[in-house]
Design a protein around this ligand. Structure first.
Ligand code: CA
Length: 378
């Protein structure tokens, strides 16, 4: 079985409802690059790259595709090193690795379909029967956000049986504290609440924020400071009782080694559509396992990224093993995104706030080609 063709698609949809923002930017459209790798026996696999769809497509079409043609998907680890090394001197992070993620995940999809096994089995086996999806939302629709809108949204997640909610903050420490308090009071004590300022702060203000929200039982603060600010992370971590998470803007095992060695986060959040695919994820898990640091993968994108995240969440190890271990959380963005909802015809089933170990082949994607054709651009 050899790779015969590599097709890249950019799909885009303007948001029908309100634009929304996190601490760094506004969103008014969803634009995603996806790849289909097709083999000479007709089997094909799917992957998605987070980030700038146009740069990702250019890297994939111009650099990776010529290397991929004629290779066998079961050589995926060898292929990963080859593609990485091709752009090593100028692409250790960013779009080059995001495009590599799409390729790598598509190869895992093909391998799984070929042997009729789920990718989580090929990754070494499912470690748990259930995972907990958490609702990511509570973005702002104005810079002077009305807290009542956020409260209403948070309550809707609670009513939909979500056991955990992550809210966007990073709009000023005093404003953040007020919003977190409003949401916690609205959802009550039994739902976990995480906060994500998307690195809007320096260590001084992140510590102020952390102290201010400590009374509201926060499960983690995500990316309090910019990804490059390792010492800032360490300061924040040393000055609050709230766990600190980060890593969605870090790339490959090489990048994560620095994050892990510095012990600057309590929770690692590699994203398999950013950090180099499931091959990189497995390598990062080996490093995390050795240093015994908890991991909850970051997920944000289409149904392809969600499928990849589900496989990662079921296959990743515990940190450490015990008779009773903490649950594993899957990030589930709740903002408007037709590609998350419809690109995979295999629907996500959430029962009583849990996802049960699903049965499928490959990544578990039954691709909606009509949707791709309808929203394809360029
Ligand atoms: Ca985040």
């Amino acid at each position: 079985m050899k790779i015969k063709e590599v097709k890249t698609y950019i799909v885009s949809q303007k948001l029908g409802h309100k634009s929304f923002c996190y601490s760094q930017a506004w969103y008014n459209a969803r634009t995603i690059m996806i790849v289909e790798i097709i083999c000479d026996d007709g089997l094909s696999g799917w992957g998605e790259a987070f980030g700038n769809a146009f740069i990702n497509k250019s890297v994939l079409d111009n650099v990776y595709t010529p290397i991929l043609i004629g290779q066998t998907p079961f050589d995926s680890e060898k292929i990963w090193d080859e593609l990485y090394n091709k752009l090593r001197d100028n692409g250790q992070k960013g779009s080059c690795i995001e495009a590599l993620s799409a390729v790598d995940n598509a190869l895992w999809d093909i391998k799984g379909k070929c042997v009729h096994l789920p990718v989580y089995t090929l990754m070494g086996g499912a470690r748990r029967e259930t995972i907990i999806p958490y609702a990511t939302g509570l973005y702002h629709t104005a810079l002077n956000q009305d807290p009542r809108e956020l409260v209403e949204e948070a309550v809707s997640y609670a009513k939909a049986d979500f056991r955990a909610i992550k809210m966007k903050i990073g709009f000023g420490v005093a404003d953040d504290i007020k919003m977190v308090q409003s949401v916690r009071e609205a959802i009550g004590p039994n739902i976990e609440l995480m906060v994500d300022p998307n690195h809007a702060y320096n260590a001084m203000n992140a510590i102020k924020l952390a102290k201010g929200i400590e009374p509201f039982d926060i499960s983690w603060i995500e990316e309090p400071v910019p990804p490059e600010d390792i010492k800032g992370y360490q300061e924040v971590k040393a000055n609050t009782t709230i766990p600190i998470s980060g890593g969605e803007a870090e790339f490959t095992a090489y990048g994560f080694k620095k994050l892990i060695d510095s012990r600057c986060v309590d929770i690692l959040q590699p994203d398999c559509s950013i950090t180099g695919g499931l091959t990189a994820f497995n390598r990062i898990m080996t490093l995390a396992k050795v240093e015994n640091i908890q991991c909850y993968p970051h997920v944000w994108g289409s149904g392809i990224a969600v499928a990849v995240g589900i496989n990662a969440c079921f296959a990743m190890p515990d940190f450490p093993e015990a008779l009773v271990v903490p649950p594993v959380y899957l990030e589930l963005d709740r903002t408007e995104n037709i590609f998350r909802e419809e690109i995979n015809k295999n629907k996500l089933i959430i029962e009583d706030g849990y996802i049960h170990l699903p049965e499928f082949e490959g990544l578990g994607i039954d691709i909606n080609r009509e949707l791709i054709e309808k929203y394809r651009i360029g």
